[in-house]
Design a protein around this ligand. Structure first.
Ligand SMILES: Cc1ncc(C[n+]2csc(CCOP(=O)(O)OP(=O)(O)O)c2C)c(N)n1
Ligand SMILES: [Mg+2]
Length: 816
């Protein structure tokens, strides 16, 4: 059933005018009686203390970074310290309006946000829950350390715990919140709702959107905040995240009971600078950042500017926006005005701004102003506030002394880092709910059609089965997707043309009828946000499958793949899992920007798995494997193979998994080994037949199937037998993953090799037009000629291509 939202020429071509609604700017009016009634006197005072904690914390780091001492404690902090002195009220005010269930993702400058969120959550959660969270975290290691700081109540203990966990993380200690593997720019503590903070400018925007999708799709309470800087408004992925979050379909097409748009608040901590570039008047053109909301949807993203130098103004705005988000009417954009009095980092000489400007913000200091407000309204005295400041400082001194001591003992060892690169788990389902489906599987038209297809490429007489009767590679992918959708209620898939179109290359045909919108949907053309949202969805607790249509589009999602999906499991010290599959297809026929095999790029990045099936049986078995695991997998598919049938073994009807990392021997042989990755397998098989027939060279063909992880044993076993190895794939030869394979095999089987390992890749060119592809992709002849020129002379053979060592030199010299 197509969605049928009609685009009517009569209305879209009509002469009319758009009226843009107004955007509130700093509209908050203080009303102390209302504020007291809302927060209570204790909490109003606590907000001041929280701000002081942040100020003291950042001042301490600044002192250690610039002078090596603070309050008589000496310490050399080697890592970064992006401080938020001046921004305390914005962080504390925000968290004053958030529940423990609400989640906050942030930026490189997030120490204050971690403290604000965790301190607020510790006050709001029941005491037993706070106790059990602290006890359970890292087996109680962080708590044991924090307990050494004198405390008179659980809340004071929790304060020490939060300060200790954060600082120990910044100083790379093993009892830090992420065992020191995150550090200053990435620290977080999910049990209190402080989510991963991101060193990539704007990096949290799309990830937080994914976490908000997780909340909405799985009906979880609370909202998600993406705290990003004003300069991040210039980042493509931020705009992409906003587009993805603002899609109409949440209200027009998704079932009403799901609850509307994902509850995402894009909060820009607008300190008017991005390092030395000034967004106000120099590097951006919005004048007032909140204006950008007007370009997104008719409600302006409910955008407004709020005075982030008044914590109660921020709390009021966040509370109002939170209600909008819980009602499914998001996304929301908040332009929270603030100012970073401290430098971008301690080495910043503030050469890009005047002393007078800094002084004018210091004169308006939010901590002083809010303290005065409390005193003027007679809920605090200056002396009491000073005492509270002293108490906070004392606690921090104790914490710093503890963390700064015994550094040598306090790092995780290398094998620990190794152990958290992948979670390596199997998870049948990530929640116990009954998976939401639109129809019983047996009634699905594609399932019924596949029941009558031949699961082998050859019929009983050995004749090729016609395409329309064949169970194809794309069908294997479909069966794996459908299986996991029926088992794991959290599984959701999105990408371009995923729904009514039937998915790129008809892989998802039939899923549209099987699944409600919120489990399978079309996204905006936002590759960065497609993957980034997948990252957020997965680390929030769900299973996501996102699709990039063409491998070449990975470039658009480079950060999300290479810095985000790959790193959050290890940067969290294994506290987070990343059950994310990113499907990409390696193309042909569409020229230079649609036909590249970039497996090597993925293979180079620690923390990503990469699979590349070449048969229908593996398409199903390897996707089953990816969808049963908890690690990020970039799943390569070949457009040359979507309609092929199974030539090696019938595709099983039921569920099975291909063993991870294991290459498959596709053709046995004793004189030569050809190992391939991807669709080149079939050209290698042709070459093997030819070598056998014309030169009696018994050739073993091995399909590597995996890039990461890869088990070399079978390949080494083969090379020990044959003494000769050719490696072939459709990736450009220079820097191809096959060179890694070649060097590894050389090291592991040098004594058995009779000739150097030869790599046959595509030319180091653009992929030319379909009519010229045989000039570019490895052909059977290239493999045979390579064997002749570089491995073993073939009697009477005349080469039709140039594969000599001299040609390798020439190409290398010319950079082609
Ligand atoms: C993608 C990316 N580009 C550049 C940087 C280097 N960098 C770190 S912070 C920063 C400025 C960010 O400004 P803004 O987003 O306003 O946050 P603020 O530093 O003001 O808190 C830059 C350019 C980076 N970390 N990531
Ligand atoms: Mg900024």
């Amino acid at each position: 059933m197509p969605k049928n939202i009609v685009v009517d020429p009569g209305s879209v071509r009509q002469r009319t005018k758009l009226e843009i609604r107004s955007i509130p700017v700093n509209q908050y009016r203080p009303d102390f009686e209302a504020e007291r009634a809302h927060f209570g006197v204790d909490e109003l005072r606590r907000l001041w203390v929280d701000m002081v904690y942040i100020r003291e914390f950042e001042t301490m780091l600044n002192a250690l970074k610039t002078t090596g001492t603070w309050q008589g404690i000496s310490y050399n902090h080697k890592g970064p310290a992006h401080l938020s002195i001046g921004q305390e009220a914005a962080a504390v005010g925000q968290c004053a309006a958030l529940d423990p269930d609400d989640q906050v993702f942030g930026s490189h400058r997030s120490h204050g946000e971690i403290l604000a969120k965790c301190l607020a959550a510790a006050r709001r959660l029941p005491a037993e829950r706070v106790q059990s969270i602290m006890e359970g975290f890292l087996g109680g290691e962080t708590l044991r350390a924090a307990e050494k700081v004198p405390h008179a109540s659980l809340l004071e203990l929790a304060e020490s715990f939060v300060l200790y966990g954060t600082l120990a993380e910044i100083f790379a200690r093993k009892d830090g919140f992420n065992r020191g593997l995150g550090g200053s720019m990435h620290a977080f503590f999910t049990p209190f709702g402080s989510m991963p903070n991101n060193a990539i400018v704007g990096g949290s925007a799309d990830i937080a959107t994914g976490a908000a999708l997780f909340k909405r799709i799985n009906r979880r309470p609370g909202i998600v905040v993406a705290n990003i800087g004003d300069a991040s408004m210039g980042c493509g992925p931020v705009w992409e995240a906003i587009c993805l979050a603002a899609m109409d379909q949440y209200r027009t097409l998704w079932p009403k009971e799901v609850g509307g748009a994902p509850p995402i608040l894009f909060n820009f901590f607008n300190n008017f600078y991005g390092m030395g570039g000034q967004t106000h008047g120099e590097t951006m053109g919005f004048e007032v950042l909140a204006r950008v909301g007007a370009g997104v949807n008719p409600e302006n993203m409910h955008a407004e500017r709020v005075d982030g130098y008044n914590p109660l103004a921020v709390a009021d705005a966040v509370a109002r926006k939170r209600r909008i988000l819980l009602e499914g009417r998001g996304p929301v954009l908040l332009d929270t005005v603030t100012y970073r009095v401290s430098g971008h980092s301690p080495s910043d000489a503030s050469s890009y701004r005047s002393k007078e400007e800094i002084e004018s913000w210091q004169a308006a200091d939010a901590i002083d102003a809010y303290g005065t407000y409390l005193v003027d309204n007679e809920v605090a005295t200056t002396e009491a506030l000073e005492q509270a400041r002293e108490a906070a400082r004392k606690r921090l001194v104790d914490v710093v002394r503890l963390v700064a001591g015994d550094a040598a003992e306090s790092r995780v060892p290398g094998p620990f880092i190794e152990s958290v690169m992948f979670s390596g788990q199997k998870a049948e389902r990530l929640d116990d709910r009954v998976p939401e489906l639109l129809q019983p599987v047996a009634q699905n038209a594609r399932v019924k059609a596949l029941a009558g297809k031949s699961r082998s490429a050859l019929d009983a007489e050995g004749k090729p089965v016609s395409k329309n009767k064949l169970f194809q590679y794309r069908d294997g992918l479909f069966e794996a997707m459908l299986h996991r959708f029926t088992v794991d209620p959290t599984m959701a898939a999105w990408g371009e043309e995923n729904r009514d179109w039937g998915g790129a290359f008809a892989v998802y045909r039939g899923l549209t009828e099987a699944l409600p919108y919120h489990r399978l949907f079309n996204s905006s053309i936002s590759e960065g946000a497609i993957v980034g949202a997948g990252v957020g969805y997965a680390l929030a607790g769900g299973r996501a499958v996102v699709e990039l249509m063409y491998c070449d589009f990975m470039g658009r999602a480079g950060d999300e793949l290479f810095n985000q999906a790959s790193k959050w499991q290890s940067m969290s010290a294994g506290l987070l899992r990343m059950p994310l599959v990113v499907r990409v297809s390696v193309g042909s026929k569409y020229g230079a920007q649609h036909s590249q095999d970039w497996a090597a790029l993925v293979g180079h990045i620690p923390g990503l798995k990469a699979y590349f099936p070449a048969t229908p049986c593996d398409a199903k078995g390897m996707l089953n494997l990816a969808l049963a695991g908890t690690d990020p997998v970039v799943f390569f598919e070949s457009q040359l193979l979507y309609d092929v049938g199974e030539r090696f073994e019938p595709v099983p009807q039921g569920y099975y998994e291909t063993p991870e990392g294991e290459p498959a021997v596709r053709r046995p042989g004793t004189d030569l080994t050809i190992a391939t990755l991807g669709a080149t397998l079939y050209r290698a098989l042709d070459a093997a037949d030819w070598l056998e027939q014309h030169h009696r060279l018994s050739t073993e063909v091995i399909d590597l199937r995996f890039v990461t992880p890869l088990h070399y044993e079978k390949l080494i076993e083969s090379v020990r037998k044959t003494g000769r190895l050719v490696l072939a794939s459709d990736a450009c030869e220079r820097g191809s993953f096959l060179h890694t394979v070649a060097s590894t095999v050389t090291q592991l089987a040098f004594d058995w090799l009779d000739a150097p390992v030869a790599v046959v890749g595509s030319r180091n060119w653009i992929t030319p037009a379909a009519e010229m592809e045989d000039l570019f992709f490895p052909q059977k002849e290239w493999i045979v000629d390579t064997v002749h020129e570089r491995i073993v002379p073939l009697a009477g053979h005349t080469c039709t291509t140039v594969q000599t060592p001299g040609e390798l030199l020439r190409r290398s010299r010319a950079g082609i």
